[in-house]
Each structure stands twice: as structure tokens, then as C-alpha cells.
Design a protein around this ligand. Structure first.
Ligand code: FES
Length: 86
């Protein structure tokens, strides 16, 4: 099942990069690109990473909030948003 439509990344691919050694959100995003497009998958990506034992910040807008936005060029990664209060 696709978790990130913008980058065509499946949940299985996310779990694979974690199994291959990605140990934090930034590494996962760097390896598979999930979350670097529109940002619509970021809450779902957080849930998958949490289920893999990766510490993630909860969505600052709370559960069920509209997805966080991202930049068109993908430079605004999920990791770069964490800690910014957005
Ligand atoms: S669906 Fe993942 S960044 Fe757009």
C-alpha cells in the first residue's frame, strides 16, 4: 500500500529502510523520499515510523489534523519541520 503518493513510496519500502538501518526520521526520509512532496502523508508516515520503534514527534496540530504542507521542490522535509513548532 502506498503511503506517499508524491514519491510513490509504499509502507513496505519505509519498513525496509528501517530494517536496513535507518534509525531516525531524517534517515528514512533521505533514503526513500517519503514526505518530501505535498506533505499529505506525513501523519501516516509518523504512524508507520512509530510502529517501527522510531521516535517521532507527534503532529503539532494533533491527531486528525489536516496534513502539514510541503514545498514543491521537496526541500521542506518532514525532518526539517520537526522542532519548528509548525
Ligand atoms: S503524499 Fe507524501 S509527500 Fe505527498
Amino acid at each position: 500500500m502506498y503511503i506517499c503518493l508524491c514519491r510513490a513510496v509504499t509502507e513496505s519500502e519505509v519498513r525496509s529502510v528501517v530494517a536496513e538501518g535507518a534509525s531516525d526520521t531524517e534517515q528514512v526520509v533521505a533514503r526513500c523520499g517519503a514526505g518530501t512532496g505535498c506533505g499529505g502523508c506525513r501523519n501516516a508516515l509518523r504512524e508507520v515510523l512509530a510502529s517501527c520503534g522510531i521516535a517521532v514527534e507527534p503532529c503539532p496540530l494533533g491527531p486528525g489534523a489536516a496534513p502539514c504542507g510541503g514545498s514543491a521542490d521537496g526541500s521542506d522535509t518532514m525532518a526539517s519541520m520537526e522542532g519548528t513548532g509548525r
